[in-house]
Design a protein around this ligand. Structure first.
Ligand code: ZN
Length: 143
């Protein structure tokens, strides 16, 4: 299973965070909820997203997409602000043709909120943090 190292926003301790796990990750030192940003593709989508016990914010992106680079730090910030409540999943569309087809990804960045693997809200195109926060709050309230 893939994992990555993330520094705790509260105390700075580096924690190794798995791509899929029950519940949500917490800092080993101070127990603060940690931002959870992972990658998924055609093969790992089921484990990473459909089995997640918190809503997933998926980011469908590609290397060559300029607006995707603008939305990426916004998502990192949301992952920090909503730590313990959401999981951010990055999907490289060039490496995930089946997912791109399944979710009809035609324009990127495409962002989707998923509850148990079902897409409940969608946002196409880059947006600033204020807009993204409102979009996410609205989507989470409807779950
Ligand atoms: Zn900590």
């Amino acid at each position: 299973m893939s994992s990555k190292v993330t520094a705790c926003p509260s105390c700075g301790k580096k924690n190794r965070i798995p791509a899929s796990a029950a519940g949500t990750p917490r800092c080993a030192a101070c127990k603060a909820p940690l931002p959870w940003v992972v990658e998924a593709g055609d093969g790992s989508w089921g484990d990473v997203t459909e089995q997640a016990t918190v809503p997933v914010v998926a980011d469908f992106w590609a290397e060559w997409c300029g607006p995707c680079r603008m939305v990426s730090p916004v998502l990192e910030q949301l992952a920090t602000e909503y730590a313990g409540r959401i999981k951010v999943v990055k999907v490289n569309v060039d490496q995930s043709p089946a997912l791109s087809q399944r979710f009809k990804v035609q324009s990127i960045p495409m962002l989707g909120v998923f509850d148990g693997g079902r897409m409940v809200s969608q946002q196409v195109g880059a947006a600033g943090i204020d807009h993204m926060r409102r979009w996410l709050d609205g989507a989470l309230a409807a779950i």
